[in-house]
Design a protein around this ligand. Structure first.
Ligand SMILES: Cc1ncc(COP(=O)(O)O)c(C=O)c1O
Length: 378
């Protein structure tokens, strides 16, 4: 999403703050991923938590994607968007029995992530195919907030409890047709993700009813110019090698940001340029109530001054309008920022709007769709 004039037109016409999503780019990302999975019996289940906009869901459904949901509300959203229940996975964290019941009734595939749920599932849904989310205790480099498969993490059935698990599976009427692991998000090295693949392929033989292995996602996308996308070709080759011994199984990947991060831009307007003896602040008409990644994950997002691209470069802290510390970028060199300028925060399609709130009672940002020549608010 890089057409400066188009983004400026959108900002003028629809106002800011606003997310803009390019559906054609989402299609390209999906095809790019599928190309690398050629020859593998692979199903892509888009991780809806990254961006649940109905137009994004419709686009990915039309491309052939399934969905991975983490809440019943996401399940309902994707069913409304026309996904067939059998193409929907539900991988919740600490669900209530009510939520599990709803998911089973809607006919989607439920992934269970704690031993404690299994007796209840066996009692209420005996013989119903389920998946198990496992925790192999894999530690990875990177942001600890998005590492999800180490022993200290709340996610998944700890594999250290495998004897208890196997005992339950022998005793109870449970049918485990899938195994799931999600190493983390934004994983830099394919070798780290491969550890999840090795783990599941090593233990698959212990589960006689298996039909699929779900390797989650974590597929990294570049946020800085110096960063590279995860080496998908190497990762896919590794999966191919490991799956040779398990030709009867399908595999699942659940990418979120890989499919939608690049396709989204967050537009904001400069309300004030404030100079102090120490620094210059570019204050904008939004905050972490609308885009929390820089503050919560210390995530870097490129910020472009759309309305003054040729300005003389200066250094700014780009800050929000909340009564909190909410800094989008520190000491960022960018073309001169003036009151009224329109800034574009790039790579905003994933974990942007979905994490937005009404904090400070401000309304949510708009969402604008670009699909070729068509531009609309939806
Ligand atoms: C269970 C599960 N699957 C898939 C994803 C998507 O991860 P990513 O956006 O890194 O592709 C997540 C995100 O944390 C997740 O929790």
């Amino acid at each position: 999403m890089t057409d400066r004039n188009l983004l400026l037109d959108i900002a003028r016409h629809y106002g800011t703050p606003a997310y803009v999503y390019d559906l054609q780019d989402v299609r390209e990302r999906y095809l790019h991923l599928k190309e690398h999975l050629t020859g593998l019996p692979a199903d892509v289940h888009y991780a809806v938590k990254a961006n649940a906009h109905p137009e994004i869901l419709r686009t990915l459904r039309e491309m052939g994607s399934g969905a991975d949901c983490v809440s019943v509300q996401e399940v309902e959203r994707v069913l409304e968007a026309g996904f067939a229940p059998e193409k929907v996975l539900y991988t919740p964290s600490c669900p209530s029995e009510e939520e599990l019941r709803r998911a089973f009734e809607l006919g989607v595939r439920v992934h269970i992530g704690a031993l404690e749920y299994l007796p209840w599932v066996a009692e209420h849904y005996p013989g119903r195919p389920i998946g198990l989310r496992l925790n192999p205790d894999v530690r990875i480099e990177g942001n600890v907030k998005i590492a999800t498969a180490h022993a200290g993490s709340k996610f998944g059935i700890p594999w250290t409890l495998n004897k208890d698990l196997m005992k339950m599976l022998r005793k109870l009427p449970l049918r485990v047709t899938g195994l799931h692991v999600h190493i983390g998000s934004d994983v830099h090295s394919w070798q780290d993700l491969a550890r999840g693949v090795d783990f599941l392929t090593d233990i698959a033989g212990a589960f006689p009813d298996l039909t699929y292995l779900d390797f989650g996602s974590g597929l990294k996308v570049p946020y800085r110019k110096s960063e590279r996308e995860i080496d998908l070709a190497a990762y896919a080759d590794h999966i191919r090698q490991r799956m040779k011994a398990l030709p009867q199984l399908r595999i699942v990947l659940e990418p979120g940001k890989f499919l939608v991060a690049r396709s989204g831009v967050f537009l904001m307007q400069v309300t004030t340029v404030k100079r102090t003896p120490f620094k210059t602040f570019a204050g904008v008409n939004t905050g972490f109530n609308h885009m929390i990644r820089p503050m919560y994950y210390d995530a870097y997002h490129a910020i472009e001054n759309l309305s003054n691209p040729g300005g003389k470069e200066q250094v700014y802290d780009v800050v929000g309008n909340l009564c909190e510390e909410d800094t989008f970028a520190r000491a960022r060199r960018m073309p001169e920022v003036r009151k009224g300028d329109i800034l574009a925060l790039h790579n905003a399609g994933a974990y942007g709007y979905v994490m937005a709130s009404h904090y400070n009672l401000r309304p949510l940002p708009k969402e604008i769709i670009v699909d070729g020549n068509k531009i609309y608010e939806a």
